[in-house]
Structures are given as C-alpha cells and as structure tokens.
Design a protein around this ligand. Sequence first.
Ligand SMILES: Nc1nc2c(ncn2[C@@H]2O[C@H](COP(=O)(O)OP(=O)(O)OP(=O)(O)O)[C@@H](O)[C@H]2O)c(=O)[nH]1
Length: 307
Amino acid sequence: MSPPSVADLARATLLALAERQLPATPENYARVYAEMAGKPATASQQPLSHASSNIVAMVRQLVDRIIHRTASLSEELQARNADIRGTVDELGSAEEKELILRLAQAITEKADLIHLSVVQTQNELAATRSTLERMGCELSETRQSLLEDALTGAQNRRGMDALLMREVARVRRHGGRLTVAMIDIDHFKEVNDRFGHDAGDALLAHIGMVARSVLRESDALVRYGGEEFLLILPDADIQGAGFVVDRLREMIARSPLLYDQHPIAITFSCGIACLAEGENGHSLVLRADRALYDAKRAGRNCTHIAN
Ligand SMILES: Nc1nc2c(ncn2[C@@H]2O[C@H](COP(=O)(O)OP(=O)(O)OP(=O)(O)O)[C@@H](O)[C@H]2O)c(=O)[nH]1
C-alpha cells in the first residue's frame, strides 16, 4: 500500500478534528496533523544550509573511513599472503610428517584470519551503505523542503517554476489541459491589524491546510506571495477549476480559523486562466493574476476568468 499523500493527511486531519469536536486552532491542527503524519509535533527544523553541510561532512567522513578500511585491508592481505607463501615454501622442503601437519595447520589458520578480515570489512561496508541510504533519504527531504514554504507547507516560487515548466512541457508533448487559479485573501491586512501577525500566520497555515484537502493528488498548491496562493490544476479546464475554487470557498466559509477563541472568517478573490496554445507558464500565471485583480476591483469574494 502506498503511503498517504499530504492531501490525504490534510483531509484526515480535518475529519479527526471534527470527530474529536476540537476547534480548528493552529495548535490542534499541528497536534492532530503530526499524529496522522507520525511526526513529532514540535520537531525543530535545522536551518537548511546547516543541515546540508552536516550531510556533506558526514559523507566525507564515511568515504574517508571506506578508503582507510580498504587500504588497511589490502595491506593486511598482502602481508598475510607473503606469510602464507613463506609457510608454503617451508612446507615444500619439509620431510617430517609432523612438521608438514603443523605447517598445513598454520596455513589453514592464516587463511581463516584472511577470511575473518574480509567478512569484517564486508560488514563495515554494508553498514556504511545503509548509512548512505539513510542520508540519501534525508537529503531528498532536505531538497523537498527547499521547494516548500515553511509556514503553509505549499510549494514556494522555486517549486512553482519547476512544476509549471514540467506541466507546460507535458501539455506540449501529449496535449491535454493546464489551468491555474490565483487566490488572494480579502482584506488580510485587517486580520493582522486586529488579531496580530501570529494570527495572520496561523490563518495562512489554515488556508493552506484547507486548500490541500480539496485538491487532487495531481494538483499543486503554491504560496505565490504574502497572502496569495496559486492552484496548479493539470488536466482541468476553466469549468473544472471553477468547481475546485467553489469547493474551496465553501470549505473556508464552513471552517473559519479559531484563534484565541475568536473565529476568523475570511473570503478570497480568484482569477482563473487556462493555458493557451504556445503560451508559457509565466504568461499563464500573469493572466490569472490579472483576472484576480479584476475580481478584486469587482468587489472581492468572487472569481474572474482570464481572457
Ligand atoms: N501575518 C502575515 N502577514 C503577511 C504575510 N505576508 C504578507 N502579509 C501581510 O499581508 C497584508 C496584505 O495587505 P494588502 O496587500 O493591503 O491586501 P489585503 O489587506 O488583503 O487587501 P486586498 O487584497 O485588497 O483585499 C500586508 O499587511 C502584509 O504585511 C505573512 O507571511 N504573515
């Protein structure tokens, strides 16, 4: 069975909150989500550059250890080989049965020692390989977090560029559609002004969580700017994207963030654009952004479709 996706976890977290009748506070989210994801809720993240340089230092240490171990094994084998050759020479000239037996015994013991050294080295190399595999996993997590926004868990702009490039190339190669929806929270500044910056941050994390719960596995959520998110919807047309955005609007209306016992209800404005023939990802996003601007000018809490 494949592991649950982030969207599955987000959905399950919302469900678990409702079942336990817990208010949707950031603390409850963090606790339940961490339980679902099987991660410690308070895991402190090392700064990335620090984590990366740690990994590089560890790889260097491991490689040094392998070089040292194989070099000393090679020296040891050479010395034991010379030793055995000497004993075999003695054996060639030995005439007494007892001496022959003793020399043969000595050769067997030396061969056993060689075998032991090789087995030890094999074990050490196997341990090194599993350490390297573990570090490979950590490195790919680190690489992933370089593309993620830490506050909301959405992709950041760098992640968005890579995703859009891949999706536009897919449409060009195989046909199909690509639609994006640019979303901007209405009057977000008032949330900061009234409840404080931490509440604003918690609201952004909340929106990220709710948005992930309405998206499909193949969709992506990007934090485009301060309080602006981009939904990347492969294989969706304008109508399909409108349906996703309506669902998000409904979910957000139904589950306002509870911050310090205060429900913080918000709405958002949205601009939708579908990739046109020959268009690149940058221009697609700009068209969605312009449609969003039109939605704001039209009074907010609505969706506009790009020309
Ligand atoms: N708490 C918090 N606030 C942020 C973050 N990024 C941007 N902001 C704030 O978001 C607010 C955006 O304000 P405006 O651009 O005036 O937009 P708005 O108040 O949402 O108004 P409209 O978009 O016109 O509906 C500013 O006050 C920024 O300081 C963030 O990461 N956390």
